[in-house]
Ligand binder design. Structure first.
Ligand SMILES: [Zn+2]
Length: 328
């Protein structure tokens, strides 16, 4: 165990490498899993009130596709990797102490711990807040491209903060002999059970519509602390089931696309999901609510500007675009 997050070692931007990574990166290395991030963005759009809902719906395809851009950048852009997590355990204080005394303001934290510690331990909540302020400024300028860019990234960072293992240095179970638990919780479980989750705001679901959040900093830290509080159960139930079932029953080569990967068995995954008692679904629901509320709040904080008429990122296939170009 090096204590290094897998995405913390970064290199200069190289577009060919970026494209290669984007195409070839296994799902196991993605935060929340790509499909979960996209699902959260999609549902968050549906939770928005007008006129934001109409604007975001126009750009639904772009926002859903680009929900994972921040993860793709982790491999190529210096300073990106630390925005996706915060290892609160490395600050060595109790949950109670964290809630009451941990500096939520980035400048206060920098003064208390220093830049290098902040970067090494992750800057998730502070980075999300910076992105929130950029989104407010983009709404104020009615800058359509930047609204979309920052909304996509804010949604991603906020969703990552709802993943318990994004708040601990034992993010992949290496410290407790639970290697692979990261992708088990945030990728394998949602992939298998997402069809049973209630993630669409509306009459069939208790998921609330977006509401104005007066203190986005507090909201982001509450989400982070809630995630951190869930780390114990994420680890405990995996360890308990591994002990009960024995290693021979916990792992197998599972077909994923055209490859076979050694992962937890369906039997293990099902029992783990049951033991967690809806935890993954609840964290996804909370992600959707927080993302939509922060998008909406950024628009309110910008003075509720009239939304620009959509001019870019239209949901057009290449055939439609070619057709438009040929026959315009
Ligand atoms: Zn991420």
């Amino acid at each position: 165990m090096t204590g290094q997050h897998p995405f913390r070692r970064l290199h200069s931007v190289d577009w060919f490498r970026l494209i290669f990574i984007g195409l070839g990166m296994p799902l196991a290395l993605c935060s929340w899993g790509f499909s979960s991030h996209r699902c959260i963005h999609d549902a968050a759009i549906q939770a928005l009130p007008e006129p934001l809902h109409a604007f975001f719906k126009e750009h639904r395809s772009w926002l859903v596709t680009h929900a994972v851009d921040a993860d793709l950048r982790k491999h190529a852009v210096v300073g990106e990797a630390e925005k996706h997590f915060i290892d609160l355990d490395l600050y060595g204080v109790s949950m109670d102490s964290l809630k009451h005394h941990f500096p939520r303001d980035e400048e206060d934290a920098r003064l208390a711990f220093g830049d290098s510690t902040l970067i090494a331990n992750g800057t998730g909540p502070w980075s999300a807040l910076r992105t929130y302020h950029r989104l407010v400024a983009s709404f104020s300028r009615k800058d359509e491209a930047m609204i979309l860019r920052h909304a996509a990234d804010l949604g991603h960072y906020v969703s990552d903060l709802h993943v318990p293992l994004h708040t601990t240095s034992n993010y992949n179970g290496a410290q407790t002999g639970q290697h692979g638990i990261h992708s088990l919780w945030e990728t394998q479980l949602p992939e298998l059970f997402i069809d049973t989750y209630q993630l669409t705001p509306g009459i069939d679901c208790n998921l609330p519509a977006a509401r104005y959040i007066a203190d986005p900093q507090l909201c982001l830290w509450n989400a982070t602390f809630d995630s951190h509080q869930a780390v114990d159960s994420v680890l405990y139930f995996e360890a308990m089931l591994s002990h009960e079932l024995g290693r021979a029953s916990t792992h197998a080569y599972v077909e994923r696309g055209r490859t076979h990967q050694r992962m937890r068995t369906f039997e293990f995954t099902s029992q783990y999901h049951q033991a967690l008692s809806g935890q993954v679904e609840r964290r996804m629901q909370q992600s959707i609510y927080t993302v939509s509320s922060l998008w909406y709040s950024a628009w309110v904080d910008a003075g509720q500007p009239d939304m620009p008429r959509p001019t870019i990122h239209q949901d057009l296939s290449w055939i439609k675009r070619l057709n438009n170009w040929l026959f315009r």
